[in-house]
Design a protein around this ligand. Structure first.
Ligand SMILES: Cc1cc2nc3c(=O)[nH]c(=O)nc-3n(C[C@H](O)[C@H](O)[C@H](O)COP(=O)(O)OP(=O)(O)OC[C@H]3O[C@@H](n4cnc5c(N)ncnc54)[C@H](O)[C@@H]3O)c2cc1C
Length: 285
């Protein structure tokens, strides 16, 4: 098994049912052949999955020993509540946090309303997590700009500020335009940043799910590429194959641009992600 190539990591979401949990752990079992460098567990929109995020992150860590990153958002919580969640993460043995603001219930372009006594931006959460002294802290990055950002430079400033406050790595929104990722890491390097920026790779497996994800994140995709997905929208097998091809191509380009690793949005399923890793030839298995 060759593991000295780019880092490979996987994002999972906390399932809602015992069946979902069983199928997540089946996927993790399949993905184990890749020997991921780390995995991450998302935090439900609106802060809805605190207990499940902790439980799944701890279960994964216990069962696999993988470095496990727990996502955490500031939505609907006071500073004291966020502090308590961080304390619970720490107590549960979680060493890595992805410190996020989260989105308003109406989506990422809706105006953010700060919970009384809560945080306005994720940099404040980075600062609080850092004060615990035990967490390695990651943050979100947006190669195609955050939907509410005022411009590319502002996105860079935000990342540099989070780094100053203690973040050591960033994970990006899913990338479909590798040149945006290349521009982001090049600008950060020029500004003296040492942040490791893992590009998010999403092998599309289902057209309706992809549409929901794009809408939720207000993600960017080139028109010509979208047209290809549209053309195959009624053919699930073609969508899956196209998803693998596109994710492989994007992965190759971000690695060429200097990415240290690839962070796969697995959507709790192994097949397409495994196929991309296989086609890339970045692990011998
Ligand atoms: C890899 C990744 C994983 C994610 N995981 C989850 C998850 O598990 N659960 C979930 O609910 N959401 C998740 N999200 C979505 C994320 O919470 C939203 O995209 C959110 O809108 C932005 O989060 P942020 O941490 O970048 O916020 P912030 O850094 O607060 O940025 C939000 C906006 O404010 C601006 N800004 C930031 N700091 C300042 C400042 N100090 N002053 C003025 N403006 C500022 C930014 O430019 C941006 O436009 C994830 C996103 C990514 C990329």
């Amino acid at each position: 098994m060759r593991v000295d190539g780019p880092t490979i990591s996987f994002e999972f979401f906390p399932p809602k049912s015992p069946e979902g949990e069983a199928s997540l752990f089946a996927a993790i079992g399949e993905l184990d052949s890749v020997k991921p460098n780390f995995v991450s567990v998302t935090y439900g929109a609106g802060g809805s999955t605190r207990e499940r995020t902790i439980k799944i992150a701890c279960d994964i860590f216990e069962k696999t020993g993988y470095r496990t990153i727990a996502h955490l958002t500031c939505v609907g919580a006071t500073r004291a509540e966020v502090h308590e969640i961080l304390r619970q993460f720490q107590q549960a043995g979680i060493t890595d946090i992805l410190a996020l603001r989260g989105d308003p219930a109406q989506g990422p372009t809706a105006p953010w309303v700060t919970t009384p006594g809560g945080f306005t931006h994720a940099d404040e959460l980075v600062e609080m997590a850092k004060s615990f002294g035990s967490f390695e802290i990651g943050v979100a990055a947006f190669p195609d700009l955050h939907p509410a950002a005022t411009g590319f430079d502002q996105g860079i400033e935000v990342l540099l500020r989070k780094e100053q406050l203690g973040a050591t790595f960033a994970v990006t929104q899913f990338v479909f335009q590798p040149e945006s990722y290349a521009r982001l890491i090049s600008e950060l390097a020029d500004r003296g940043s040492a942040l490791t920026v893992y590009p998010g790779i999403m092998p599309v497996t289902s057209y309706p799910q992809f549409m929901r994800m794009l809408d939720m994140a207000k993600g960017e995709i080139p028109v010509s590429l979208m047209a290809q997905f549209d053309r195959h929208r009624d053919d699930p097998d073609s969508i899956r194959e196209l998803g693998i091809e596109v994710a492989t191509q994007v992965s190759e380009e971000v690695l060429d641009a200097g990415a240290e690793g690839l962070h796969f949005y697995t959507l709790n399923s192994a097949k397409s992600t495994l196929e991309v890793v296989k086609r890339l030839g970045v692990r011998d298995y």
